[in-house]
Design a protein. Structure first.
Length: 185
């Protein structure tokens, strides 16, 4: 991501990188060690995104957003809102009511975080992105204060939707991101 962002220019096409990680904690630029409670044998990796600490693992959709914010005419707050609304819209298609919070970026279902955001903006280009908990083991979140919030509950889509297709949901979310970011398909 860093190399892609460093090498890009105004003609470089924006990209979404879609992945799923092996178990890992990532600690952002503002991350404080007090939010690492009991990480056990799961690696903690320092990364250059905003935010505190989170967990990534199997059963979680991660989309990295390499975007030219100048070309999109977006500021950071608008980008965050577009990402959150894209996730909210997709969850609604599965009958899951969710919301964002101005004071704590991400998406929440019944006050539990289902999706986290962590971005880095460099020279008008974004990288890093979002993670959406689909059907993952949530127990590693008990080893940290997720996103730096003591006692923050975390949830997953599998606990709220009877059925869903991971590949279909991924495509839906990418389509929503394209729509909210005002790309032409």
């Amino acid at each position: 991501m860093q190399q892609f962002t460093h090498a890009r220019n105004e003609r470089t096409r924006d990209e979404f990188w879609i992945t799923e990680h092996e178990p890992v904690y990532t600690q952002g630029l503002n991350g404080r060690s007090e939010h690492l409670i009991n990480t056990g044998d799961i690696a903690v990796v320092q990364v250059d995104r905003g935010g505190q600490v989170t967990y990534h693992g199997p059963g979680q959709l991660v989309i990295y957003l390499m975007l030219d914010l100048n070309r999109l005419g977006k500021g950071v707050r608008a980008l965050v809102s577009d990402i959150e609304q894209s996730i909210i819209d997709v969850l609604a298609t599965y009958g899951v009511a969710s919301e964002s919070r101005r004071d704590a970026p991400g998406v929440y279902v019944d006050n539990a975080k289902i999706a986290a955001l962590g971005l880095r903006i460099r020279k008008g280009y974004s990288y890093h992105g979002l993670s959406l908990n689909l059907d993952m083991d949530l127990s590693p979140f008990y080893g940290i204060n997720p996103c730096g919030f003591h006692g923050l509950e975390v949830t997953r889509l599998a606990d709220h939707a009877a059925t869903y297709d991971s590949a279909g949901l991924t495509r839906q979310l990418c389509d929503q991101l394209i729509e909210h970011l005002a790309y032409e398909q």
